[in-house]
Ligand binder design. Structure first.
Ligand code: NAG
Ligand code: NAG
Ligand code: NAG
Length: 438
C-alpha cells in the first residue's frame, strides 16, 4: 500500500515535471554520418575501387520494422549504391552496418550493371511495407542514377518476400500500359481485409504521373486509377528545409489504410506538394471495372492541415485510429485521430526538432505498437552537399501510445479530460538552420 502510493507519487512527479520538456523530441535510436555495409571479405575495398560503393552517395529513404529487424531502403539517386534494399538488427548499437536483402548475391549491383542479378534483385526502391502475414512488399522502380542520367535496368515490379524464410514468394512486373514516362513509384501499402493472406491488395502511388496502381494478389492483376485529387496544389509547391529552398510539383506519394468497417475501409492520401487531406473508399479502388465517374466523384476532401504542412509520408495506427504525417517544412510529425473532426487543433505537431528531424522522410507504425521515423537531410543531399563529419541520417522510435499522450490525438476518455490541464505544449517548428555549405 505504502509502496503503491509512493509509486503513484513518482508517476505524478514524472508526468508533471519531466515529461513536458521532452515531448517534442525523441532520442535517435540509430544514426549515421554515412551508410556502410556488412561486407564480406575484401569486398568493400574492391567495391570502392570499382565505384560500386561511393559512401557519400548513399542516402536512406524508407524504413519498415519486422520483429528483430529494421528494413532500410536506399534509392539509386546517384551512382555507387551497392544495394537498395537492406536491413539492420534492432539489437545493434548506434550506427549499424547494413545487410543487403535477401542476400549480398541477390541485392548487389555494380556501377556498370546492365541488369538485375537475379529475380530477387530490387534495383531501386523508396519505401516498403510489412504486412500482417509476415511478408515484405517492395515496389521497385528498376532504375539507376535517377538524379543525373537515369537508366532503366529492370522493369518496375512488385516483390513479395516471405520474412520467415527470406525467400521471394512472388514477383509481378508492372505492365507497360500502366506506366507513363514520368512514373515514379514512391511507396506501397497492403490491404488484407479477409482472413486469407492471399486476399490482398496493394496500393502504389505513382508520384511522377499522379496515379495509383492497384494490385490484386489473388488475381495477379494490376490497374491504374487516376484522379484530379492526386495532383499537386500550386499553393503548396514551395519548400524550405535545412536552409535550402526548393520547388516541387510532386503528386500523390504516400497513402495509409484506415480502420476496417464491414469489409470496407478508407484509403487516406495526399499529394506531397499539398497541405490537404483526402480519402476514398477502397471499394472503388478494388473494383477494376468501376465507372470513371465514380472514381472522380468518390474522393472525400477532409480538410487542410495548414500552411507549410507538406508531407512526404504517412501511416495509420489501427489501435488508436491515428494518422501520422511527416511534415517537411516543420521538421516534425503531426497526427490526427480520425474519430475527431479534422480541424487545426486536432492535427497538432507532436514531434519536432530542427536537427534530429531535418527532412523527415518516412514514418511507419509497426505491428507491435511503435512508431518509427527516418530523417535524412534529403534537400542537402540532392541540392547542395552534405557534411559527412556530421550526423545526417537518423531513425527515431517510440510507442505510439506515449507519442500521442496528452495530445489531441489521444482518445478522449473521462480520465484524459480530467487531466486535460496537463496537455502538451505545442512544438516549436521555427528552425534557424545554417546549412554550413552556402
Ligand atoms: C542481434 O540479433 C540477431 C538476430 O536476432 C542475432 O543473430 C545477434 O546475435 C544479436 N546480436 C547481439 C549483439 O545481441
Ligand atoms: C526465381 O528464379 C528461379 C530461377 O530462375 C526460379 O526457379 C524461381 O521460380 C523464381 N522465383 C520466383 C518467385 O519467381
Ligand atoms: C560539419 O559538421 C561538423 C560536426 O558537426 C562541424 O564541426 C563542422 O563545422 C561542419 N562543417 C561545415 C562546413 O559546416
Amino acid at each position: 500500500m505504502k509502496l503503491n502510493s509512493r509509486k503513484r507519487m513518482f508517476y505524478l512527479i514524472y508526468l508533471l515535471l519531466l515529461v513536458p520538456g521532452v515531448w517534442c523530441l525523441l532520442p535517435p535510436k540509430f544514426q549515421w554520418k554515412t551508410l556502410d555495409f556488412a561486407w564480406e571479405g575484401q569486398a568493400r575495398d574492391s567495391a570502392i575501387k570499382s565505384g560500386a560503393y561511393i559512401p557519400e552517395n548513399n542516402m536512406p529513404a524508407g524504413i519498415a520494422r519486422w520483429k528483430d529487424r529494421l528494413f532500410i531502403t536506399i534509392p539509386r539517386w546517384k551512382k555507387g549504391v551497392p544495394a537498395s534494399l537492406n536491413y539492420i538488427y534492432l539489437n545493434s548499437t548506434h550506427s549499424p552496418l547494413l545487410n543487403p536483402y535477401p542476400s549480398w548475391a541477390d541485392a548487389f549491383l555494380s556501377s556498370k550493371a546492365c541488369c538485375a542479378s537475379s529475380n530477387s534483385t530490387v534495383v531501386s526502391t523508396f519505401r516498403v511495407h510489412v504486412d500482417k502475414c509476415g511478408r515484405l512488399w517492395v515496389v521497385d522502380n528498376g532504375v539507376t542514377n535517377m538524379a543525373h542520367d537515369v537508366k532503366q535496368i529492370a522493369p518496375p515490379a512488385i516483390f513479395i518476400f516471405d520474412l520467415k524464410t527470406d525467400k521471394l514468394m512472388h514477383r509481378y512486373t508492372i505492365k507497360d500500359e500502366l506506366l507513363r514516362d514520368s512514373s515514379v513509384f514512391t511507396s506501397i501499402v497492403v490491404d488484407i481485409t479477409g482472413k486469407e493472406c492471399k486476399d490482398a491488395y496493394a496500393y502504389i502511388p505513382d508520384m511522377g504521373s499522379n496515379a495509383l496502381i492497384v494490385y490484386s494478389l489473388k488475381d495477379n492483376d494490376a490497374w491504374r486509377v487516376e484522379n484530379h485529387y492526386f495532383h499537386f496544389d500550386p499553393h503548396a509547391g514551395v519548400y524550405r528545409v535545412g536552409g535550402i529552398d526548393f520547388y516541387w510539383s510532386d503528386g500523390i506519394s504516400s497513402v495509409a489504410l484506415g480502420p476496417i468497417k464491414k469489409n470496407c475501409r478508407d484509403l487516406y492520401f495526399h499529394p506531397t506538394s499539398s497541405t490537404k487531406q483526402f480519402a476514398m473508399s477502397t471499394k472503388l479502388l478494388k473494383n477494376k471495372n468501376v465507372p470513371r465517374e465514380d472514381i472522380f466523384m468518390g474522393v472525400q476532401v477532409i480538410g487542410n492541415r495548414g500552411p507549410q504542412t507538406q508531407a512526404t509520408a504517412c501511416d495509420f495506427d489501427l489501435e488508436h485510429n491515428v494518422l501520422f504525417h511527416t511534415l517537411l517544412s516543420k521538421n516534425g510529425v503531426s497526427c490526427w485521430n480520425v474519430d475527431k473532426p479534422f480541424k487545426r487543433d486536432n492535427v497538432p505537431l507532436i514531434i519536432s526538432e530542427c536537427t534530429a528531424l531535418e527532412f523527415p522522410n518516412d514514418i511507419k507504425v509497426d505491428h507491435e505498437g511503435s512508431l518509427w521515423i527516418l530523417s535524412n537531410r534529403q534537400s542537402r543531399f540532392l541540392y547542395e552537399a552534405m557534411n559527412f563529419t556530421d550526423v545526417n541520417f537518423r531513425v527515431l522510435s517510440a510507442p505510439v501510445a506515449s507519442v500521442i499522450q496528452g495530445t489531441a490525438c489521444e482518445r478522449t476518455s473521462a480520465v484524459s479530460k480530467a487531466f486535460s490541464f496537463m496537455t502538451r505544449p505545442r512544438c516549436n517548428s521555427e528552425c534557424k538552420v545554417n546549412s554550413g555549405t552556402t
